[in-house]
Write a protein that binds this ligand. Structure first.
Ligand SMILES: [Zn+2]
Length: 64
């Protein structure tokens, strides 16, 4: 575990569903094509692209 705070990989991701900012600390290496889950509404999100520290996501239709 790395207890020191690193500013180099601070990325911002806003959930397109609930508009809350996701905590990406549990995803140490976010990359396009990766699927993450909103910790606020539980929506599954696909990472489309990462630009200027912002993570663009798209809601994944889980086909229920
Ligand atoms: Zn959400």
């Amino acid at each position: 575990m790395n207890s020191e705070k690193s500013e180099s990989s601070q990325m911002l991701c806003v959930c397109p569903e609930c508009k809350n900012t996701l905590d990406l600390s549990r995803y140490p290496s976010v990359a396009s094509g990766m699927v993450i889950e909103c910790d606020h509404c539980g929506m599954t999100l696909l990472v489309k692209e990462i630009s200027a520290g912002k993570v663009m996501t798209e809601i994944v239709d889980e086909g229920k």
